[in-house]
Design a protein around this ligand. Structure first.
Ligand code: PLP
Length: 404
C-alpha cells in the first residue's frame, strides 16, 4: 500500500539530491498512457500539460514505443563518426514532411536554437559578407528560446538572466508584433530575425494579423534570414504542422524539438534551406548524441504520424472546443484567454488565487496542470485527448475557480 508518507519520501529524496531548478507539484507519477497519468498511490489524472508539448502524441503512443523497441534491439548509438541506417532516412522524411531541404538533428530545443544562431551567423559571414564578429540577430521581447548562456543573453525575463552573466553580445530586442520597430532594428549587419511565431511561454501570444508576412518581407528586402522557433508551436499543436503555416509564411530555418522525440527521448532539429545549412562543414558543429539511431528511429515514427494529418485535425477540431470553453470562463475568475488549436492561456483575475494555487487544487480534481506564470494557466493537452476528457478538465478548472 502506498501512502502519503511515501509521497513525502519521494519528494524529500528529490529535494535532497536533485538541484532545485524546478518547483514540481506534489505528485509522484509512476505510469502514463495517452492523456492519462497515474501516481504512485494509484490515483488517475488527465494530463493537460503534455510535457510542455513534448507529448503531443500522448504518453507512450504505441507506434512510437514499438519503433523505439525495434530500434533498441538493433543499434542505439554510433556517434556521427559513422553512417547509420536511420540518419539519412530521418532527415529526408522530415524535410519532405516540412517542405524543407536539409536537416541538422540535435537533442534539446535550446540546442536547436543555439545551432540555428550559429548557422545564421556563419551564413552571414560566409555568404552575406558581414564583417567577422559583427553579425546581429534581432529577437522579440518576451521571447523564450531555452536556457543556455547565449539564449538567456537575449531573454527579457530577469529571472532567466539574473546571476548568469556575462552575456553573449550580438542581439537586438524589439517588441513582438511591431513591424515598424523590427524594420528599424535591421541594418547592414543583420544576419537573422529569430522569433517564435506564437510566443508560448509569454502566454500563448498570437502575432497580430499580417505581422509574420511583414517579418518575411523585411527579411527578403534586407537579405536577412527568418529563423522560426517552432520548438513548442510546431508539430500539430496549433492545428497545422507548423504554426507559420497559419499565416502562409515560410521561414529560412526552423528550430524543432519537444514532440519530435515523441515524448520518448530528446530529439530536436534545425531544418531549412540547403544554401544556409550548407555552410556547416565537418568539425564546425556537432553533438555526440545528435542524430543517434534510436532518436532517428523514433523521429521517423513521429514523421509517419504527422504525415496522416490526424493530429493536426484533432488539434483543430478539439481546439475550437477548447477555445470556446476557455472564453466562456471569462468573468468567472478569468479575465482574458488567448490560444489556437489545443493550446490556450487563461489569465486569472488579480484578486483570485495564483496560477500555482489553481494547479495545486486541480490535482485534487484529477487534473495535471502547470501554470505558465503567476497569473496565467496553460492548457496544452496531448492531442490524443478526447472531448469528454477535455470537458472534464475544463469543468475542474471552472470548479476550482468558483471555489476561490
Ligand atoms: N524554444 C521554445 C519556443 C520553447 O518553448 C522551449 C522550451 O519550452 C525551448 C525553445 C527550449 O527547449 P528545451 O527545453 O528542450 O531546451
Amino acid at each position: 500500500m502506498v501512502n502519503d508518507k511515501m509521497v513525502d519520501d519521494y519528494v524529500s529524496l528529490d529535494e535532497q539530491w536533485g538541484a532545485h531548478n524546478y518547483h514540481p507539484l506534489p505528485i509522484v507519477i509512476s505510469r502514463a498512457q495517452g492523456s492519462r497519468v497515474v501516481d504512485i498511490t494509484g490515483k488517475h489524472y488527465i494530463d493537460i500539460l503534455a510535457g510542455y508539448s513534448a507529448l503531443n502524441f500522448g504518453h507512450r503512443h504505441p507506434e512510437l514505443v514499438s519503433a523505439a523497441i525495434r530500434q533498441l534491439e538493433r543499434v542505439t548509438l554510433t556517434a556521427r563518426a559513422f553512417h547509420h541506417d536511420q540518419f539519412g532516412a530521418f532527415c529526408k522524411e522530415l524535410a519532405e514532411l516540412t517542405g524543407t531541404e536539409m536537416v541538422l538533428p540535435m537533442n534539446s530545443g535550446a540546442e536547436a536554437v543555439e545551432s540555428a544562431i550559429k548557422v545564421g551567423r556563419k551564413w552571414a559571414y560566409e555568404i552575406k559578407g558581414i564583417p567577422e564578429g559583427s553579425a546581429e540577430i534581432v529577437v522579440a521581447g518576451g521571447n523564450f528560446h531555452g536556457r543556455t548562456t547565449t539564449i538567456v543573453s537575449f531573454s527579457t525575463d530577469d529571472a532567466a538572466r539574473q546571476g548568469f552573466g556575462p552575456f553573449t553580445p550580438g542581439f537586438k530586442t524589439v517588441p513582438f508584433g511591431d513591424g515598424e520597430k523590427l524594420a528599424s532594428a535591421v541594418n547592414a549587419n543583420t544576419a537573422a530575425i529569430l522569433l517564435e511565431p506564437i510566443q508560448g511561454e509569454a502566454g500563448v501570444i498570437l502575432p497580430p494579423d499580417g505581422y509574420l508576412a511583414t517579418v518575411r518581407r523585411i527579411c527578403d528586402e534586407n537579405n536577412v534570414l527568418l529563423i522560426a522557433d517552432e520548438v513548442q508551436s510546431g508539430l500539430a499543436r496549433t492545428g497545422r504542422l507548423l504554426a507559420c503555416d497559419h499565416w502562409g509564411v515560410k521561414a529560412d530555418l526552423y528550430a524543432l524539438g519537444k514532440a519530435l522525440g515523441g515524448g520518448i527521448l530528446p530529439l530536436s532539429a534545425v531544418i531549412g534551406r540547403r544554401d544556409v545549412l550548407g555552410v556547416l562543414r565537418p568539425g564546425d558543429h556537432g553533438s555526440t548524441f545528435g542524430g543517434n539511431p534510436l532518436a532517428c528511429a523514433v523521429g521517423r515514427a513521429v514523421v509517419r504520424l504527422l504525415r496522416t494529418g490526424e493530429f493536426q485535425a484533432r488539434a483543430e477540431k478539439f481546439g475550437a472546443h477548447l477555445q470556446e470553453r476557455a472564453r466562456s470562463l471569462v468573468g468567472q475568475g478569468i479575465v482574458q484567454t488567448t490560444g489556437i488549436g489545443l493550446w490556450a492561456a487563461l489569465r486569472l483575475a488579480p484578486d483570485g488565487p495564483s496560477a500555482r494555487t489553481v494547479s495545486e487544487r486541480l490535482l485534487n480534481h484529477g487534473v495535471l496542470h502547470k501554470e505558465i506564470s503567476r497569473d496565467t494557466l496553460r492548457i496544452a493537452p496531448p492531442l490524443v485527448i478526447t472531448e469528454v476528457e477535455l470537458d472534464l478538465a475544463l469543468d475542474a478548472i471552472a470548479k476550482v475557480l468558483s471555489e476561490a
